[in-house]
Design a protein around this ligand. Structure first.
Ligand SMILES: Cc1ncc(COP(=O)(O)O)c(C=O)c1O
Length: 363
């Protein structure tokens, strides 16, 4: 019998239980998907149930209400906003806009940039990030971007959690503006990177900047799908030409405004991050793991000391799974080849269970 493939995204417990011949009802704490453990906000399910009557109508074609709410949230003009079916659709639209051209993509980074580029026949150059810090320095970025017509960056980067400095992106935009190179920055996790400097002000200076956002991570709505693009009105218009009509369902579109108005939920999330993020960085390091200095809600780790005792990432992954913890494998992330694991932050008790599980599995 052939071994089932490694699933290409987190949150796919079934496929991994099958791969390791574990029963379908084997209970796992899932730390493989990077979602806010506090969400979705409590009121969302009742709110959605009350609006199911709207399923009999097409959504508003231009999503004006949602776009106004997003524009007000970021102090931009509604013409600078495109509502999308998750951050994933935004990535594919950005690739469609540059079909057949030359792209540069970080490695390792989220796999959908490469998939979107392949779907739209872009030729891809990798911008290498090296272990153990996976930091991106300006010279490497400018060198690899020199020949590209579009550069895809991820900030903070999935799966490393590292954050590219605003001034490095500013330098890239300035260096590439005259050539017409577009810089696409996917900020799917930026709301969960405390203290990260905003790139929005750069939109006023650089028409070659395209920002992609996801609302599915922060509000824990991956099944509903919600994201958006921020760019110049000309770029938004060009992207919209590639978007299928009614791409975002009416429930998701109408939910944008009340989600952005829920400041109490945002505050609770930020308070959780402010405590659990530094606590987990310290505790994971104290277990002897190599931990990439993440700025956000997940950590890339590999067995450091334990590896010398024969516990490599593959063994750790399997031990954790058998012990009821599903980590994110890194097969398929260029440059990682399964040698690291990504762990999503949970609430305090979930994180403590994760630390105990790791402690047992690293022995
Ligand atoms: C960096 C990054 N961008 C975008 C997405 C897609 O997000 P969405 O669920 O909003 O489509 C993901 C999902 O994992 C991601 O990791």
């Amino acid at each position: 019998m052939t071994m089932p493939e490694w699933p290409s995204h987190g949150g796919q417990a079934e496929a991994l239980l099958e791969r390791f011949a574990l029963p379908g009802d084997h209970v796992v704490d899932d730390v493989s998907a990077n979602l806010n453990p506090l969400g979705p906000p409590e009121w969302v399910s009742g709110w959605l149930a009350d609006r199911l009557g709207g399923l009999g109508r097409y959504p508003e074609p231009s999503y004006a209400t949602a776009r106004h709410a997003i524009a007000a949230h970021h102090q931009l003009h509604p013409d600078q906003v495109l509502l999308t079916n998750g951050g994933a659709e935004a990535i594919f639209l950005a690739a469609a806009l540059h079909a057949g051209k030359r792209a540069a993509v970080l490695a390792p980074s989220f796999g959908e940039y490469a998939r979107a580029c392949a779907a739209h026949r872009l030729q891809v150059t990798k911008i290498p990030l090296s272990a153990p810090s996976f930091a991106l320095d300006q010279a490497t970025l400018l060198e690899h971007a020199a020949d590209a017509e579009v550069v895809f960056l991820c900030r903070p980067n999935n799966p490393t959690g590292t954050l590219i400095d605003c001034c490095v992106i500013d330098a890239l935009l300035a260096a590439t503006l005259a050539r017409g190179t577009q810089v696409v920055v996917d900020e799917a996790f930026i709301d969960m990177a405390l203290g990260a400097e905003a790139l929005m002000p750069l939109l006023a200076r650089y028409p070659n900047l395209i920002l992609l956002r996801s609302m599915t991570k922060f509000y824990t709505l991956p099944g509903l799908r919600l994201g958006y693009v921020l760019a110049s009105s000309a770029v938004i218009e060009a992207l919209a030409r590639h978007q299928p009509p009614w791409s975002v369902n009416h429930l998701a579109a109408e939910l944008v405004e009340p989600l952005l108005d829920d400041h109490a939920f945002a505050d609770r999330t930020h308070a959780w991050l402010a405590t659990e993020q530094p606590r987990m960085y310290q505790a994971l390091s104290a277990l002897g793991l190599d931990v990439v200095p993440s700025t956000t809600c997940f950590f890339l780790v590999r067995p450091g000391e334990a590896q010398r005792r024969g516990v490599d990432s593959a063994r750790l992954f399997e031990r954790l799974l058998r012990g009821g913890i599903l980590a994110r494998h890194t097969h398929g992330f260029a440059g990682l080849e399964g040698n690291w694991l990504r762990l999503a932050l949970r609430d305090e008790s979930g994180n403590t269970r994760l630390l105990e599980g790791l402690h047992d599995c690293l022995r």
